[in-house]
Every structure is written in structure tokens, then in C-alpha cells.
Write a protein that binds this ligand. Structure first.
Ligand SMILES: Nc1nc2c(c(=O)[nH]1)N[C@H]1C(S)=C(S)[C@@H](COP(=O)(O)OP(=O)(O)OC[C@H]3O[C@@H](n4cnc5c(=O)[nH]c(N)nc54)[C@H](O)[C@@H]3O)O[C@H]1N2
Ligand SMILES: Nc1nc2c(c(=O)[nH]1)N[C@H]1C(S)=C(S)[C@@H](COP(=O)(O)OP(=O)(O)OC[C@H]3O[C@@H](n4cnc5c(=O)[nH]c(N)nc54)[C@H](O)[C@@H]3O)O[C@H]1N2
Ligand SMILES: [Mo]
Length: 652
């Protein structure tokens, strides 16, 4: 350790399944480096490219260091006292005039630590306000897998040590979950076969022995084709199906009704590839399927996910060490759920997160008088950006708790600058593994930045329920973490480093008993016919807006990479359209918006797909969500971003 350096244990709170154990290196009151914590059993000392980028961002001169009030078009600094006095007045006034449902609490994905339960509790004590239902992220996967297994439980990532085949199905860990690399690299070194199923060659193609490129949104047909092939060969796990699965007859009928040729045509994968994948699922067993979030972002995402679950069952991989169909984990699961405060008030209005713009604009009884946005950038990241911006403009008072003046801040009135994760004490669970990790205060927040905990405690002193809410961090943490403490985790242990949730299974469903009403696995019985999208002729491309390796969604600095976003396009298609590699083009969608992009030729891409990274800011000239319609998935109230169709034309 360099002289004068201290090292503090912390955990990355980026909205990423890795939730990596980190060490903050502190010199002269400043975090100079974040390195991987070798003691974390999953990331084992690795860090991804986002971590140094995040630290640079936190030291950026553009980070907001004082509360700001916007009047007209410009922001000016205000004291915390004035900021919170005004916020309290506005909240009280809204409650008095229209009732508590005239307040909207919009929680994003940027800071999902244990103490964030208290943000919700503050609003519960206020009487219960309008909150969100559905999600921009993983709702469809949870809902779909819960139908099949009962409340979703995934294999512990350390169980990958038992796999002989790993299928990355619509998941791109090399970019989006780098903390899994030690497990994946070790598997590769053991000779495990890795199959990637993704319409494009993502970063994870580098890890894969085989890359299958289905037509977007048609994975259900691929999963059915593989299951049909397994059954044709008589390779199915008859014992599992007979003893532990419901709907077997209906499932087999469905497969019998679908000719193989039709299934292959629907997903646009050839028979030899399907045969090989059938072998991988049976002869290559245990086969661990890691489902990503790529399948969520379709209207019928639940059918795609359920068809893959069923393939896991047919091939005998459910409840098997090294097998399973795993997706996510419950990031709020380890905590005392009562702290949310849902029992403190009658049921209140909710808005659909995937349609937040139109929900706000349609609200009249009562209208939205105050919106409080925490750790989110909905103007940039929710679909139909322009409508979201218009909706926020229609709300008389919008508070934003964040670190930068991003696209959403442009439509807010009060900006409260928050602390970064290594500037506060807290704890974070993961949606990608079973560890919880501590955040310790390695340094003080810069300028006047404060943790959200401090902000809500200070704000609450202005309300009559202060005595029920204003307590020490330690008291609240002990309360929130009670379930872990009751399971035998020692308090001190929690602050020394990552701790595994004691009762989390390594291999769920190993006893063949499922948490469904019948106690059995539920095979799906129907897959909707694939009607081609209405707009397909006019808008020939599926637009996939994927996670990039450098940035976590919209966590960028103002001006970062400003200028047109890159759009990957099949080389021959681009040439046919007269768009040279690296040249500008105009992308249009049925929403009526258009965006100038820089086309990048990709010789490996499907001709019916174009790909761009999500998260570029509108004010950096990117803002791809301006082109994406605000729809809701059929199950799970997810956001079907990848149903977006676009056209691309050369820019004169
Ligand atoms: N086109 C398209 N859009 C998508 C997706 C897609 O696939 N395609 N995917 C969607 C998905 S999966 C998700 S999860 C959503 C994400 O949607 P959002 O959560 O709205 O967007 P993020 O860009 O993750 O923004 C998180 C914000 O939190 C802030 N932040 C970070 N750390 C802290 C902190 O410690 N405290 C506070 N107060 N703020 C902090 C960041 O500065 C950033 O503004 O976007 C969705 N949008
Ligand atoms: N570096 C980085 N890390 C991140 C994020 C980020 O933006 N950047 N985002 C974070 C968030 S919010 C989340 S939710 C997770 C998401 O983590 P992942 O699910 O791993 O990543 P995504 O890029 O959202 O989507 C995964 C893949 O699905 C593919 N895909 C799209 N359509 C289809 C389809 O129809 N079928 C199949 N089989 N595949 C398809 C896409 O091409 C993409 O490569 O990652 C988190 N980690
Ligand atoms: Mo997400």
C-alpha cells in the first residue's frame, strides 16, 4: 500500500447484476482508485471499465456540489435550508389541496441500497403518494419465471462450477456483468462449452464456442424447436416431466401442432443448429442457461422466457447442480419489507413506469402537483422521451435527487446533489448473485453533497411524523437488516466485507418441489402466432438498444461522447442503401421523431436489425429513446423497447 493511503471496503452500487466487491483507495481525503475486492467470492478482485469511468465522473468539474433552484431557464445555488424548506412547503401544500396522491415518487435504478427503503417510508408517512408499477427493467422475467417455478430463484453463480455447458441466452456478461468473468473464465478453462444466443455478435461472442443469431423476439420458437428435437429423439427427462411438471399433455400437443419447418422459419435458425443445441442441452448436461434482460424487452417476452424454462425442464436441467434456467435475484429481498411502510396508509394510486409520460399527463383526479425523482433519468431512459419531458414540464414542481444536470434535470425545478456510494455508509444486495456488500464512508461527500438518508432525515424534521422517522443510520440499518441478523449474520461481519445470504440456495428446486399452487413446474401451453409487426414494411429494422461496455445506461458526464450515436448495421444492407462505413444517416420511427446517427458497418449482423447503445443523452445529440414508443409488455408490466421498428436513410 503506498504511504499515506488507506483502503476502505465498499461495494459497487451501479445498476448492474455484478454488485462487485470493491476497495476504495484513499489519499489526501480523495478516492484515487477503486479496485476489485479479492475477498468477494463472485468478482474475486476483477473490475470492469465502468468503475474507473465512474470515479472520473465523480471527480468531474460538472458534478453538482450545491442544491440548485431553476427559475426560467437557469439554475442558481440555494442553501440546503431554503431548498428543503421549499420542498416541504410544496409537499404540504399538495397534500392539503389535492391529497397525497398528487405527489409522485419516481425511484430509478441508480442507487438501490438498503437505506433507500426509507425514501419510500417518508412518502408512506406523508399519507402514501402515487408510486410506480411495472418497470423499465426486469419485470417480465420475474413474472414469467414465477409462473413456471413460483417466485423466481436463480442458481448461485458459483454453481457454474458444476456446469458442462453454459448458454448465454440474450445476455452479455462480458459487457454487462463483468464481475461474473472469473466464473466464466474458469469454466472456459475447464473446457465448458459456451453458447451465445443473440441476434448480434455482442462482446460475449468472444467467450462463446457457438453463436446462434435468431430473429429478434422469436426465441420462443427456437426454444420450442430444440425441445421438439429432444422429444423426437426420445432424449427428454421423462421422470421429471411425469413427476414434477404440470400441463405435459397440452405442452406436447402444442409441439406436435407446430411443424419443425415453421418453427425454424419463425426464429430463422437452421435445423443443424437446432440439432446441435438439442445435444448441448442433453448430452452436454449439466447445461446452465443464463437468461439476460434481452428477452424481456418484447411485448411477448414472457412467452420467450417460459419456452426456455420449459426447454430446461424437458432436457432435465431443472433442479440439477450446474444446470437451471437462471436470470435474476431479488435486490430488495434480504431486507425487512415492513420498512417500506405499505401498511401505514390505504392503497394509493400507481403509474405504469413504462408509460410514465402519458400517465402523468392523463392524471386529473388528482393532478400531479409535485414529483420527486431519485437516482433516475427518465427523460433519457424511459421510452418516448419527448412525451416524458412534456409531462414533467406540466408538473408544477419537480425535485431531482442526482449528481449531474442530465436530460431529466432540464425539466426539474429543484436539484438536490447526492453523495456517491463510497461517500456514505449503507449496504447493497445484488440482482446477479447472493451476496450483500457493505458501503463504508471512505471520504466525505464533496461540496455540499449529502446522502439521500441525510436529506430525507433533514426534510422530515419539517413534518409532524418526524419522531417516527428521524433516527440514526445505525438504528435504521439494524431494523432494515433484521432478517439477515435473525438468520445468524453478525452485525460486525456485515461491515467487514461481502456476506452471503445464509438461506439462499445454491441449486433451487433440487427436491423437485416448486412454489406454484400445485407444487409442480408449470410447462407453458401456448405461444402466440408471430404476426409480423404492422410497421415492418415501412420500418424494416428492429432497433436493439443494448448496454454498452463503457457506460451504465445514462451514467455519463455532460458532453461525454457528444455527437451522433453509433448505429451498427449489416455491411451489405448499408452499402445497398448507399451508406458508407462511418457516414451519417437519419433514423426514423413511427413515433415521428428522427435522429442523426453514424452508421458502422458490421459484417456479422443480421440484415433485419440495427443496434445502438442505450443511454446517450438527448442533449449530447443522442437520445435514442425519442424513437421508441411507450408500450407495456403483455405480462409483468415490462417495457418492450426492442419492439421498436426504424428506417435508416443516408443523410444527403
Ligand atoms: N432504449 C432503451 N432504454 C432502456 C433500456 C433498453 O434496453 N433500451 N433498458 C432499461 C433498463 S434495463 C433500465 S434499468 C433503465 C434505467 O433507467 P434509469 O434508472 O432512469 O437510468 P440510469 O441511466 O440508470 O440512471 C440512473 C441515474 O442515477 C444516478 N445516480 C447514480 N448513482 C447515484 C447515487 O448514488 N445517488 C443518486 N441520487 N443518483 C445516482 C445517475 O447519475 C443516473 O442519472 O433504463 C431502461 N432504458
Ligand atoms: N456496461 C454496462 N453494464 C450494464 C448495463 C449497461 O448499460 N452497461 N446495464 C445494466 C442493466 S440496467 C441491466 S438490466 C443489465 C442487462 O444485462 P444484459 O441482459 O446482459 O444486457 P442487455 O444489453 O440489456 O441485453 C442482452 C443482450 O440481449 C440481446 N438481445 C436483444 N434482443 C434479443 C432477442 O430477441 N433474443 C436474444 N436471444 N437476444 C436478444 C442484445 O443484443 C444484448 O446483447 O446490465 C446491467 N449492466
Ligand atoms: Mo436494467
Amino acid at each position: 500500500m503506498p504511504t499515506g493511503e488507506t483502503q476502505v471496503v465498499t461495494t459497487c452500487t451501479r445498476d448492474c447484476p455484478s454488485a462487485c466487491g470493491l476497495i476504495a483507495h484513499v489519499q489526501g481525503g480523495r478516492v484515487v482508485k477503486l479496485s476489485g475486492n479479492p475477498a468477494h467470492p463472485v468478482n474475486q478482485g476483477t473490475v470492469c471499465r465502468k468503475v474507473p469511468a465512474f470515479l472520473r465522473r465523480m471527480h468531474s468539474p460538472q458534478r453538482v456540489l450545491t442544491p440548485l433552484r431553476r427559475r426560467g431557464g437557469s439554475w442558481s445555488p440555494v442553501s440546503w435550508k431554503d431548498a428543503l424548506d421549499e420542498m416541504a412547503e410544496r409537499l404540504k401544500d399538495a397534500v392539503e389541496r389535492f391529497g397525497p396522491e398528487s405527489i409522485l415518487y419516481y425511484m430509478g435504478f441508480g442507487e438501490r441500497t438498503a437505506l433507500k427503503l426509507l425514501n419510500a417510508r417518508f412518502f408512506a408517512l406523508l399519507g402514501g403518494v402515487t408510486t410506480l408499477r411495472g418497470t423499465l427493467c426486469g419485470g417480465t422475467g420475474y413474472a414469467a419465471q414465477s409462473q413456471d417455478f413460483g417466485p423466481r430463484v436463480s442458481h448461485d453463480p458459483l454453481d457454474l462450477a458444476n456446469a458442462r455447458t453454459i448458454v448465454l441466452w440474450g445476455r452479455n456478461p462480458v459487457a454487462t456483468q463483468f464481475g461474473l468473468m472469473p466464473q466464466l473464465r474458469r469454466a472456459r478453462d475447464r473446457g465448458v462449452k459456451v453458447v451465445l444466443i443473440d441476434p448480434r455478435a455482442s462482446e460475449s461472442a468472444a467467450l462463446a464456442n457457438v453463436h446462434i443469431r435468431p430473429r429478434p423476439g422469436r426465441d420462443a420458437f427456437l426454444a420450442l424447436a430444440v425441445a421438439k428435437r429432444i422429444l423426437e429423439q426420445g432424449w427428454q427427462d421423462q421422470e421429471f416431466l411425469a413427476l414434477h411438471a404440470d400441463n405435459l399433455e397440452a405442452y406436447l400437443d402444442m409441439l406436435a401442432r407446430e411443424p419443425m419447418d415453421a418453427l425454424l422459419a419463425a426464429c430463422d435458425v437452421d435445423a443443424a443448429t437446432v440439432d446441435a443445441l438439442a445435444c448441448d442441452y442433453v448430452q452436454g448436461r449439466p447445461t446452465a442457461t443464463l437468461l439476460g434482460w434481452g428477452l424481456h424487452r418484447f411485448t411477448l417476452g414472457h412467452e420467450m422466457i417460459r419456452a426456455v424454462d420449459a426447454l430446461g425442464a424437458v432436457s432435465g436441467n431443472i433442479g440439477l447442480a450446474g444446470g437451471g434456467v437462471s436470470q435474476g435475484f431479488e435486490e430488495w429481498g434480504p431486507y425487512d419489507q415492513e420498512v417500506w411502510g405499505a401498511d401505514l396508509h390505504p392503497p394509493r394510486r400507481t403509474f405504469l413506469m413504462p408509460q410514465i409520460g402519458r400517465e402523468i399527463l392523463a392524471a386529473t383526479d388528482p393532478p400531479v402537483a409535485v414529483a420527486v425523482i431519485s437516482a433516475a433519468n427518465p427523460v433519457c431512459m424511459a421510452p418516448n422521451s419527448d412525451l416524458v419531458a412534456q409531462a414533467l414540464d406540466a408538473v408544477p414542481f419537480v425535485v431531482n435527487m442526482n449528481l449531474f444536470l442530465d436530460d431529466t434535470a432540464d425539466h426539474c425545478d429543484l436539484f438536490l446533489p447526492c453523495a456517491a456510494f463510497y461517500e456514505q455508509r449503507d449496504l447493497v444486495a445484488s440482482y446477479g448473485h447472493n451476496m450483500v456488500g457493505p458501503l463504508l464512508r471512505a471520504v466525505d461527500p464533496p461540496g455540499e453533497c449529502r446522502s439521500q438518508f441525510d436529506i430525507f432525515m433533514d426534510l422530515a424534521t419539517r413534518f409532524p411524523f418526524a419522531d417516527q422517522f428521524v433516527h440514526s443510520e445505525e438504528l435504521w440499518l439494524r431494523r432494515i437488516l433484521r432478517p439477515l441478523l435473525e438468520k445468524g449474520v453478525a452485525w460486525d461481519e456485515l461491515w467487514r466485507g461481502p456476506v452471503r445470504i445464509p438461506d439462499a440456495p445454491m441449486v433451487p428446486w433440487a427436491d423437485g418441489r416448486f412454489d406454484t399452487p400445485t407444487g409442480r413446474f408449470q410447462l407453458l401451453t401456448e405461444v402466440s402466432a408471430c404476426a409480423d409487426c404492422r410497421d415492418a414494411a415501412r420500418y424494416p429494422f428492429s432497433l436493439l438498444t443494448v448496454g454498452g461496455a463503457r457506460y451504465l445506461c445514462s451514467e455519463r458526464e455532460p458532453g461525454d461522447g457528444a455527437g451522433p450515436a453509433d448505429l451498427s448495421m449489416a455491411s451489405d444492407v448499408a452499402l445497398r442503401l448507399g451508406i458508407a462505413d462511418g457516414s451519417p444517416a437519419r433514423m426514423t420511427s413511427p413515433l415521428g421523431s428522427s435522429l442523426v446517427v453514424t452508421v458502422r458497418h458490421d459484417a456479422t449482423l443480421r440484415p433485419d436489425v440495427v443496434v445502438c447503445e442505450r443511454g446517450g443523452w438527448l442533449k449530447a445529440g443522442q437520445g435514442v429513446n425519442r424513437l421508441i414508443p411507450d408500450m407495456v409488455s403483455a405480462v409483468g408490466q415490462g417495457t418492450p423497447y426492442y419492439e421498436a421498428r426504424v428506417d435508416v436513410e443516408p443523410l444527403a
